[in-house]
Ligand binder design. Structure first.
Ligand SMILES: [Zn+2]
Length: 302
């Protein structure tokens, strides 16, 4: 008896894990089927999310995935789902974890992002990137072969509409929210929004000095006004507009506390040392709180 139970238990557990690991339509761990023909690869709560949408005429991708390994896996997965070509790849920002692996898909895919994206990517590009990645593992060395920066072939201003097959994609430029060129992708019929990295799921990201909190808050308002059913942020699992509400609450509390401390004569250094936000202590990336305090300080001092 003593042997039988654990054996049965582990068989059941293995079957359960196997089923769980297969995920969306047997596509593998991290894949989510959002709606018919709309898939997201979100490996965990903090790693870059990338997605693909199948249309009658071909595939549209949103972001090129976190690492070349993820990108190769994505490419293989798309081939499992459809034999149609990848027509377009929209970069939601310029950073390497979203745009650095464009080379895996393009050519033939045409890359699109807002104006200034290509210039930004050229400025940010690390020529040692391939070498550094290759040193990680034999698998990565293989996956990173052919690495080069592929800036968007198409840059748009403010808004752009893609009509591909039966689907419509509205590209919306988000000003000063994360990188030098950030794009949200809105699918009005399906009510799915790919929200770039204006907000990520319960985590603090690497906030650049060009980010303006007022613009970030305005982007939440705009994206919420679209009334999406599903929101896919640049990092983390697919969610809803809750991600904007959470971040709005966070920024408003941060602005309030920093404002009070500035009014009391505290310097930026003092605020960075003393200010704590225990309400958000469970968010990932706590080491980056200082960057958010700096952004709040800039906007309070304006
Ligand atoms: Zn980024």
């Amino acid at each position: 008896m003593k042997l039988k139970i654990p054996v049965l238990g582990s068989v059941a557990l293995a079957a359960f894990l196997w089923a769980g690991a297969l995920g969306a339509q047997d596509l593998g761990p991290g894949f989510h089927k959002i709606k018919d023909g709309i898939y997201t690869f979100a490996p965990d709560q903090t790693t870059t999310t990338c997605s693909f949408v199948v249309t009658q005429d071909g595939v549209v991708m949103i972001d090129a995935c976190n690492s070349p390994l993820h990108s190769r896996n994505m490419l293989a997965t798309i081939k499992k789902v459809t034999d149609k070509p990848i027509l377009f790849l929209v970069n939601t920002e310029t950073h390497g974890d979203h745009a650095g692996n464009n080379f895996v898909f393009s050519p033939p895919a045409i890359i699109i992002n807002a104006g200034g994206a290509g210039a930004g990517m050229k400025k940010e590009y690390n020529p040692k990137r391939a070498e550094t990645l290759a040193a990680q593992s034999a698998e990565m060395r293989e996956a990173v072969k052919g690495e080069r920066m592929v800036p968007p072939q198409i840059e748009y201003k403010d808004r752009m509409t893609l009509n591909i097959g039966e689907r419509t994609f509205e590209l919306i430029y988000l000003k000063n929210v994360h990188s030098v060129a950030d794009t949200a992708v809105w699918m009005p019929k399906e009510r799915v929004l790919f929200a770039a990295s204006a907000a990520v799921v319960r985590g603090l990201q690497n906030l650049r000095p060009a980010v303006v909190i007022a613009d970030v808050l305005a982007s939440y308002k705009l994206m919420k006004s679209l009334n999406p059913e599903i929101v896919v942020a640049g990092h983390g699992q697919p969610t809803t507009t809750k991600v904007f509400d959470e971040y709005e609450g966070f920024f408003n509390l941060l602005l309030k506390r920093v404002g009070e401390m500035v009014a009391n004569g505290s310097s930026l250094e003092q605020i960075k040392k003393e200010l704590k936000l225990p309400e958000y202590a469970d968010w990932a990336g706590q080491g980056r709180l200082g960057l958010y305090i700096e952004a709040a300080y800039r906007s309070v001092k304006k």
